[in-house]
Write a protein that binds this ligand. Structure first.
Ligand SMILES: [Zn+2]
Length: 318
């Protein structure tokens, strides 16, 4: 029996429903990631009530599930995620793993942690639960890479994540910096024996390079168009065109959607915008208007997340 592992327990993948595949509900960035105190505060989502409010708005817009991909170096708080999920009535899947060198630098020295310890940490979070949040287990492994090169510790994490996937069946979702190096991630995952159908190569809509997107999906990986509404990176109109084209080429079953709007200034509940309703109330109608058919929209929002984030059959012994 396959399942999706949420912060409130395992569910049938068919129960997951309309899913936002990449967000943050509680997070805190390292000080080096902002140049001003105001900028740093903008990157901190710490108010449980406001996250419940924002997630409730997502539910009101038709949302049923969310991947919350914060790692320890980005302020993950699994106990709060469980509370937010319960109060908002939305499935939340939480992460284990580490994002990338640029995020953990100065916060957590991943380079000083042995392979054995990193492996143990991920398996423990997935199978036993987070030590800091008894009874709550991770349902996805988060790893990632930098802007220009894959740091040796990032490659180590991608390889360890692949091993943990083979041992536990857990899905993987990635951070790419500005959408760069997707083919490097693909290469490492394939070499390390990951299962492409259970790996999302993330943030690809921050770098709309058609040939690379085609290579990602042709290799069997899921592609994350998960920066929707962040028009300072790429205009949503181009996201719409790329998704439409991928659907026309027969790859609708490879795409997952999200908006990754982890800032107070993006959260309606903090007085910002566009908030969690943008994806379903604004972007999806736009796809429809441009001719993306309902079957494909349903795949991207419901079918693909259910398949991707379902635990795969285990092929190795822990
Ligand atoms: Zn993110």
């Amino acid at each position: 029996m396959t399942f999706v592992r949420t912060v409130l327990g395992d569910i049938d993948p068919a129960e997951l429903g309309v899913t936002n595949a990449h967000e943050h509900l509680i997070c805190k960035a390292g000080e080096h990631l902002a140049s001003t105190p105001e900028g740093l505060l903008d990157l901190e989502l710490s108010d449980v009530d406001k996250s419940v409010e924002e997630l409730s708005l997502f539910k009101q817009s038709g949302g049923q599930a969310m991947l919350e991909v914060s790692c320890p170096e980005y302020g993950r708080d699994a106990a709060k995620l469980a509370e937010i999920s319960r109060r908002a009535g939305v499935h939340v899947v939480a992460a284990t793993g580490h994002i990338m060198e640029g995020y953990w630098r100065g916060v957590l020295d991943v380079g000083a942690i042995s392979d054995g310890e990193l492996h143990h940490e991920m398996v423990r979070d997935i199978t036993e639960g987070y030590p800091e949040a008894p009874g709550v287990r991770a349902g996805v492994i988060k790893v990632g890479t930098g802007r220009e090169v894959v740091h040796p510790d990032e490659e180590r994490m991608l390889r360890l994540a692949s091993r943990v996937q083979r041992e536990t069946g857990a899905p993987i979702t990635t951070h790419t910096t500005a959408g760069n190096l997707p083919l490097e991630q693909v290469r490492i995952f394939l070499d390390a024996g990951a299962s492409p159908a259970h790996v999302v190569i993330g943030h690809q809509d921050r770098r709309l390079v058609w040939e690379d997107h085609l290579k990602v999906v042709e290799a069997g990986f899921r592609i994350g168009y998960d920066c929707i509404s962040k028009e300072r990176y790429e205009p949503d109109l181009q996201r719409v065109q790329f998704i439409k084209r991928l659907c026309q080429e027969g790859y609708a079953d490879r795409i997952v959607l999200g908006s990754d709007i982890a800032r107070r200034s993006y959260f309606t509940s903090y007085g910002g915008g566009p908030g969690f309703t943008y994806l379903l109330w604004r972007f999806v109608p736009w796809l429809r208007q441009e001719g993306v058919v309902d079957d494909d929209i349903h795949r991207m929002l419901v079918g693909n997340p259910a398949q991707t984030f379902a635990f795969a059959p285990v092929t190795a012994v822990v």
